[in-house]
Design a protein around this ligand. Structure first.
Ligand SMILES: NC(=[NH2+])NCCC[C@H](N)C(=O)O
Ligand SMILES: [Mn+2]
Ligand SMILES: [Mn+2]
Length: 314
């Protein structure tokens, strides 16, 4: 495919939305993901690609942390996650409405609640490509861990809506027919049922082995965006990548996307001219056995951003 002119953005303008947040899971350090990516030159790398980049510092969440936040059923930190994702939805909504591309860097994947709600405010018919080892579609009832980063898609699709009282503000804004997964390999029992019952487009590592990544991206687009007539929101959990290329993450799963398969997804979505928003989630530089492990994970995060934003190989 030859790169198309962008269908939704008048010019290459982008806002980096840094979300230093770890409340959707239990391992500390994922909150330094965004700060580390920016320190390692994210902004400049994107500017080099011809984007006008706005970055006015990371989002501040500390004031949103309640003094006490007892579990809501099984859900951990429900009030904190709710307030943070609500603030992120506002910010992302404003960025999109201003005609800019939000590049949201996490932080844990509970932030996806906010990024999807925000993107849908401007682009209500957008589709979501969710690259992840996990399906992140547990409901407050089915979650075994209580970690909300394993639940965002049940909230925004209405599978669990309103999910609980603390998340009553979350609109049902993503139809199952507009969600496609790539890279799945660690999906919980109930999540498999939800995917099958609701006919969600789901491409696991098995499909990538069988068809190759080129075909899988085409098949995913054929399901959720057949005529390339819808905006695309790419939500990339770095644990979708194999731990050999992205080891510094909270829930690594062996047998994942290679470096090139990961970059290919981003390049191919860029080429559609429909990409309007991107999340890079679950980079946790503190979970590294060696400095090299953190290094390669950060490089991978930077590279995903460049590939999605028009870096070309030639
Ligand atoms: N965004 C992630 N890394 N999610 C991992 C989710 C793991 C598991 N399915 C859970 O519900 O807890
Ligand atoms: Mn994951
Ligand atoms: Mn995830």
């Amino acid at each position: 495919m030859v790169a198309q002119p962008h269908k939704y953005l008048p010019k290459r303008s982008l806002s980096v939305v840094g979300c230093p947040f770890s409340g959707g899971q239990h391992r500390s350090g994922v909150d330094i993901g965004p700060t580390t990516l920016v320190e390692r030159g994210l902004i400049n790398e994107i500017r080099t690609l011809g984007w006008d980049v706005e970055f006015t510092g990371h989002q501040a969440f500390a004031h949103l942390k309640p003094a006490s936040d007892p579990d809501d059923g099984k859900l951990k930190n429900p009030r904190y996650v709710s307030s943070v994702t609500r603030a992120v939805a506002d910010t992302v909504g404003q960025v999109c409405k201003a005609g800019r591309f939000p590049l949201i860097i996490g932080g844990d994947h509970s932030l996806g609640i906010g990024t999807i709600v925000g993107v849908m405010q401007k682009y209500p018919d957008a589709c979501v490509i969710w690259v992840d080892a996990h399906a992140d579609i547990n409901t407050p009832e089915t979650t075994a861990s209580g970690n909300i980063h394993g639940c965002p898609l049940s909230f925004v699709t209405g599978l669990a809506n309103p999910p609980t009282e603390s998340f009553a503000w979350v609109p049902k804004c993503l139809d199952f027919s507009r969600l496609a997964y790539i890279g799945l390999r660690d999906v919980d029992f109930h999540e498999k049922q939800f995917i099958l019952e609701n006919n969600i487009a789901a491409f696991s590592m098995h499909h990538i082995d069988k068809y190759g990544i080129g075909k899988v991206v085409d098949m995913a687009l054929a399901r959720v965006n057949p005529d390339l007539s819808r905006p695309i929101h790419l939500s990339f959990d770095v644990d979708g990548m194999d731990p050999s290329v992205a080891p510094s993450t909270g829930t690594p799963v062996r047998g994942g996307l290679s470096w090139r398969e990961s970059m290919y997804i981003c390049e191919a979505l860029h080429e559609t001219g429909c990409l309007v928003a991107m999340d890079i989630m679950e980079v946790n530089p503190s979970l590294a056995n060696t400095p090299e492990e953190a290094e390669i994970t950060i490089s991978a995060g930077l590279s995903l951003a460049r590939c999605a934003l028009g870096d070309t190989l030639l």
